[in-house]
Design a protein. Sequence first.
Length: 194
Amino acid sequence: MEASSFELWLSLIRPTLARDEIKSTNRKGTDPIEPENMLQMTLSWLAGGNYMTIRGLAGMSPSGIYGCMHAVMDAICHCPELRIHSPTESKERIHDLAESFTNISKDGVLTGCVGCIDGWLCHIRAPSTNEVPDVAAFFSGHYQKFGVNVQAICDAFSRFTGYCMNSPGKVDGSIAYKKWSLSMEIMQLPVCFV
């Protein structure tokens, strides 16, 4: 990650992560953990780092690092600037998305495209009969694994603009797409958009 990207992300969630210095000192006898460190530890963990190594470097307890990571994830999820915006949110958005695809295509030949859609089987453990009525519905014969069918759409810069996880692994991707509410919105776009 570029340093400028880290700083931008931090600027968006810093107000939510700021801790009261007096309360922290009174409660723990130490200064509060800085938002920079909170974000860095969370990103390290999300990138596949071992939480024991990360917490050891930060001098935190296991519960402390999990509390830190949950605080960062909550801040990210509740930040309006980081919210995923639907490709069909407004006419202006539709035109901006289509223009982006035209601009990145060779000689501007890709016109009217508002997103790229793909599916993925998110592997899960086999659910129990207490969790779902039909355990077999989550088994994908193609992948020979239990999972949830995920459909997603992105813009010309590979940023997600929508996603859906409402189908078990047994369901074919084309059917899962049709069950997605965004599929109906896409079908209602003007003829010049796809």
